[in-house]
Design a protein. Structure first.
Length: 352
């Protein structure tokens, strides 16, 4: 849909339209999940009410938090490298906005349709590591530097199982194009039965679990929050940040959680499509106009389901030690992912 509508506005109109849609796709879901899960769901899980004063039932608490951060002084530490210190949050945000580019929200509702879309997504997700290292080094603080180094080591370790978990999906779909992966699940069959298609979270369940664990670590969410361990590093690589720049790190973290949830829904939950028996029952098939409208809503529901899991885990499990964190990636997740790739490749050759 974005491509069709944007063509009517010419080059500059197209760029402006896509930029606006990117802000909507990144910021609105981030605000929704922070309010729904961080402020409310977790509160009820812990038998408390959460924020209640700002707006009806505390619904405007996020706006109050943003307003408070926007008014705070933008402080540069004396020993900081001012340019690198200032640029680091923008590098992290750029990674988030690049990630959303390849997510299909409908048959035509996408920013770009790369043949190697998932490869692009996994590549640009690594850009955030550079921003985190910049923040840790440029702050001129031992706490920040330790947090940045921990984050770099952790993100490098968990990017490997993240990539390996996706390979099983690529083998089954026979493509790295995100739209092709959606259609492969919609048109697929399980032992000759195609009523629900072939959502890859069934046939790639091991890869699905590994992907979610690796995403949790990429986001430095508990139990993988050693880079920002408050009891040891104050706030890690974000310790010296204040005001709007700290807010950008906050937005980047939660917006990236949503984008990864969108990507996981495409890879494992059928993306913007619904099971074939639903479209067959309604007699509509994949109607492009209809699914360009319904697709973002379907993706939103799947994103909310997956981010629920992210926040649930975050507030349930205790923090891992650094040695446990690294051992879990190298000794458990990576071998499991390699076994999953081998089994998937073998079954692909035998049955197709």
């Amino acid at each position: 849909m974005t491509e069709i509508l944007a063509q009517d506005f010419g080059y500059f109109g197209s760029a402006a339209f896509k930029l606006l849609f990117a802000f909507v796709a990144v910021l609105i879901p981030a605000g929704a999940t922070v309010t729904l899960y961080l402020f409310k769901m977790v509160s009820f899980m812990q038998s408390r009410l959460g924020p209640m004063e700002a707006g009806p039932y505390g619904t405007l608490q996020l706006l109050a938090e943003v307003g408070k951060s926007a008014q705070k002084e933008d402080i540069f530490p004396k020993t900081a490298d001012r340019f690198v210190f200032a640029a680091a949050p923008y590098v992290v945000m750029i990674s988030t906005f690049l990630l959303v580019l390849v997510v299909p929200f409908g048959p035509d509702a996408m920013f770009v349709n790369f043949d190697t879309g998932i490869y692009f997504a996994l590549a640009v997700s690594s850009v955030s590591v550079i921003g985190i290292l910049m923040a840790g080094w440029a702050s001129g603080s031992k706490y920040s530097l330790l947090g940045g180094l921990r984050a770099a080591g952790q993100l490098i370790a968990y990017e490997l199982p993240l990539v390996l978990a996706v390979i099983g999906v690529v083998i089954q779909a026979g493509s790295m194009n995100m739209q092709d992966i959606v259609y492969a699940q919609y048109n697929g069959e399980i032992f000759g039965w195609g009523a629900i298609g072939n959502p890859f979270f069934l046939t790639q369940f091991v890869g699905f679990i590994i992907f979610l664990i690796a995403v949790q670590a990429e986001l430095t969410q508990t139990p993988f929050d050693m880079p920002i361990a408050e009891s040891e590093l104050v706030a890690g690589y974000m310790t010296e940040y204040s005001g709007f720049r700290f807010l950008m790190f906050f937005i980047g973290e939660f917006a990236t959680a949503n984008i990864f949830a969108f990507i996981a829904s495409v890879l494992f939950l059928g993306g913007w499509a619904v099971p074939p028996f639903v479209t067959d029952m309604l007699g509509i098939g994949i109607d492009h106009a209809l699914f360009n409208f319904l697709g973002p809503l379907i993706m939103g529901l799947k994103m909310l389901l997956l981010t629920f899991v992210v926040y649930w885990v975050r507030f349930t499990y205790p923090r891992l030690r650094e040695d446990q964190l690294q051992a879990f990636a190298w000794k458990i997740l990576i071998p499991l992912a390699l076994i999953n790739i081998g089994v998937t490749g073998l079954l692909k050759v035998v049955f197709e």
